[in-house]
Design a protein around this ligand. Structure first.
Ligand code: NAP
Length: 439
């Protein structure tokens, strides 16, 4: 539906995740004349909320309700199944729209640059989280959980998500929207140790207290830490607010250090001051060699002492990278931009703008700022907008899907949900398109 007049601003927002929805919603409020096309590679909206947020964090996923309201605004059009760079180029979008906002995140894993990282059984967080969240790109990952050891490299909330999901019982996951195949695989996994390893210390770790605290109360796994690695108090050189947060984390680690390892057959073991040197194994991952570190000016420096952890699966959650965009400059984990503007008529929001950090709500301010810039500095130039895009896609044999198609997929997912679960996810694009076609 597009009720706005033909003379209005035409804006394409690429990527229907949190940054895209917040930007589109803010722009719709600021510029009632705008027609905003929210273009998404998959037939499903919501991006990181659907595929990144942990499946047992259903409260966080409730933000989808707000995004649905935005999608149903008369100025908005959801255009699924259209991939930038494949179905349409950035130059073509730019030609047909007054402004293009890139909000398609950072879908790739930052590389784990050590020997053996390409062995089977080694997965980046984007892959493994995508797998248990039913992302069509990763549904076929088939990770083996038949070894009593798993190693998670990284000390951020994604590392915690992975350790927790791998350690939860079927009952604990019953109310989640974990992909059914992942639920079955995790239920059959061999009990043992999930090692979470950080190259720096518990004070430097990026875990938030709420996420860490969840590990204290798992039904079939106990969280453990080495008392020798946990300082009694957070450094008083930290700003007061940071110190309070860090102290809460340290208190949790002290509780983990005092926990009885025999309480459960599954354990989440925190190891600090250890940087990965190599993945061990010939046919597939069999372990990880680490070098102990000491802190120098806030940096982890190798000491030469090494130790190995045996495992059958390695997950590295060490950050994400955007896909490359031809003709646009990138700095490590984001696109070069000036407060959300890349160049004439091209803007960027969310992780692509600021790098992979923050909570879902962090994208709100980002989107509002970019929307305000566009509203203030872009004028309509009589471009073709959706009609021109639709012609181009039609000529290429690309069938875009709409929000009503998504609602059909969603209805199927709701119908497939097992008791207590919000949905049973459809995890292949072919099946999604078949559901759309049947509707
Ligand atoms: P993150 O918080 O930036 O953590 C990345 C971790 O990887 C850090 O511990 C970092 O260590 C480590 N690392 C980086 N390169 C490494 C290397 N080469 N070798 C070993 N370790 C390395 O990233 P994230 O966990 O991917 O999370 C992304 C964002 O999403 C964060 O802002 C996070 O809070 C957010 N998130 C939030 C939730 C939630 O609120 N529930 C859940 C998931 C994610 P150094 O610190 O030493 O660099």
């Amino acid at each position: 539906m597009n009720a706005a007049g033909p003379a209005g601003l035409r804006v394409a927002v690429v990527g229907a995740g949190p940054a895209g929805f917040y930007t589109a919603g803010a722009l719709a409020a600021l510029r009632p004349d705008a027609r905003i096309d929210l273009i998404e590679r998959l037939p499903t909206p919501y991006g990181l909320v659907r595929f990144g947020v942990a499946p047992d964090h259903q409260d966080t996923k409730k933000i989808q309700g707000l995004f649905e309201q935005i999608a149903l605004l008369p100025q908005l059009r959801f255009i699924g199944n259209v991939e930038l760079g494949a179905a349409v180029s950035l130059a073509e979008l730019r030609a047909h729209y007054d402004a293009v906002v890139l909000s398609c995140g950072a879908p790739h894993d930052a590389p784990l640059d050590i020997p053996g990282a390409d062995l089977p059984g080694v997965y980046g967080a984007a892959q493994l989280v995508g797998w248990y969240n039913g992302h069509p790109d990763h549904a076929g990952l088939d990770p083996r959980l038949d070894h009593p050891g798993a190693v998670v490299i990284g000390n951020g909330n994604v590392a915690i998500d992975i350790a927790r999901i791998l350690s939860k019982s079927p009952d604990e996951l019953a109310s989640s929207d974990i992909a059914p195949y992942a639920m079955a695989r995790i239920a059959q996994s061999v009990p043992g140790d999930v090692h979470v390893v950080g190259r720096r210390g518990p004070v430097e770790a990026k875990f938030t207290t709420g996420e860490l605290g969840e590990l204290a109360d798992l039904a079939q796994a106990v969280a453990l830490a080495d008392p020798g690695e946990i300082p009694a108090t957070a450094p008083d050189t930290l700003p007061v607010r940071d110190r309070k947060v860090k102290q809460k984390n340290l208190d949790l680690f002290h509780a983990f250090a005092a926990a009885d390892p025999a309480r459960h057959a599954r354990r989440i073991r925190f190891h600090f001051f250890a940087r990965p040197l190599a993945i061990l194994g010939s046919e597939r991952a069999e372990g990880v060699r680490f070098e102990r570190t000491r802190m120098e000016d806030g940096r982890a420096v190798g000491t030469g002492d090494t130790f190995d952890l045996a495992c059958g699966l390695v997950a590295y959650a060490i950050g994400y990278r955007p896909r490359p965009f031809e003709g646009l400059g990138a700095v490590a984990d984001r696109l070069e931009n000036d407060e959300g503007r890349i160049g004439p008529g091209i803007y960027v929001a969310g992780w692509l703008r600021r790098g992979p950090s923050g909570k879902i709500g962090t994208n709100r301010g980002d989107g509002e700022q970019v929307a305000a810039r566009i509203a203030a500095e872009v004028a309509p130039a009589g471009r073709g907008g959706f009609e021109a895009l639709a012609q181009l896609l039609n000529a290429r044999g690309v069938r875009p899907t709409g929000f009503d198609d998504w609602k059909r997929i969603e209805a199927q997912e709701t119908a497939r949900a097992t008791a207590g679960a919000p949905r049973g996810k459809v995890t292949s694009v072919e099946e999604m398109l078949a559901i759309c076609a049947a509707g």
